[in-house]
Design a protein around this ligand. Structure first.
Ligand code: SAM
Length: 214
């Protein structure tokens, strides 16, 4: 995507980060938990600052990192975040509570496609962030777009998947299949009759979708 020298330059000029951010990134790295990269987080935070959502839904909590970074961008928002792995939920609740943010971030244990009733009752949401199983993106979008406010925004991470969506021949057979699924999602999303979508080559590739006005 963007060449290494540019990424290095952007990393070099980034202001130093708070200790809690460094610690959470370290925790993710040590336990091999995939979290959103810094360039993607920067974009996500700017979108939140511009859009000012009162309620955010996140699909894929992991250790709570991106939820906490979204809250950092708008400290009075309410975030509902869903995660199917109980160990991750435990870590996320620990991290969120340690930073005293439990009144703003509600972690739901469950599969986002099975727990939809429990989740949608917390909506409607002004901002939805999809960052869970890549093969299920379309199902997540279809299930939760009904809970999006008319001027809401859906952000999907990893839509370029380390360059493999554009160059599947670089990937192993298993990852090629996943890259194909993401490609199908991207094409479906770009042709969706009810949404305008832009895909930005930031981080691992971020799709921004907003409802077309009637
Ligand atoms: N958003 C997090 C961050 O940037 O800090 C990273 C999320 S990680 C890429 C994806 C997470 O989604 C994993 O912890 C995984 O267990 C969870 N997940 C995958 N499929 C899911 C599903 N169907 N329902 C709920 N959680 C799911």
């Amino acid at each position: 995507m963007i060449n290494e020298a540019i990424l290095q330059y952007l990393d070099n000029i980034r202001p130093s980060q708070s200790e809690w951010i460094i610690q959470l990134r370290r925790e993710a790295e040590e336990h091999h938990v995939p979290i959103m990269d810094e360039h993607g987080i920067g974009l996500l935070q700017q979108l939140i600052r511009i859009h000012q959502p009162a309620k955010i839904l996140e699909i894929g909590t992991a250790i709570g990192y991106s939820a906490l970074r979204m809250l950092e961008a708008k400290p009075d928002t309410q975030i509902t975040t869903v995660e199917r792995n109980p160990e991750m939920v435990e870590r996320a609740i620990y991290n969120i509570t340690s930073l005293n943010k439990q009144n703003h971030i509600d972690v739901i244990l469950g599969d986002a496609l099975e727990a939809a009733d429990r989740i949608t009752e917390k909506g409607p949401f002004d901002f939805i962030f999809i960052d869970a199983a890549k093969g299920q993106y379309r199902h997540f979008f279809d299930t939760y777009q009904q809970s999006l406010t008319d001027d809401g925004c859906i952000v999907t991470d990893n839509v370029l998947f380390r360059g493999m969506v554009a160059n599947p021949s670089d990937a192993s057979k298993r990852l090629q299949k996943l890259a194909e699924k993401i490609d199908q999602y991207n094409q479906w999303l770009l042709q969706h009759p009810e949404y305008h979508t832009t895909i930005l080559p930031v981080g691992d590739g971020v799709a921004l979708s907003v409802k077309k006005t009637k």
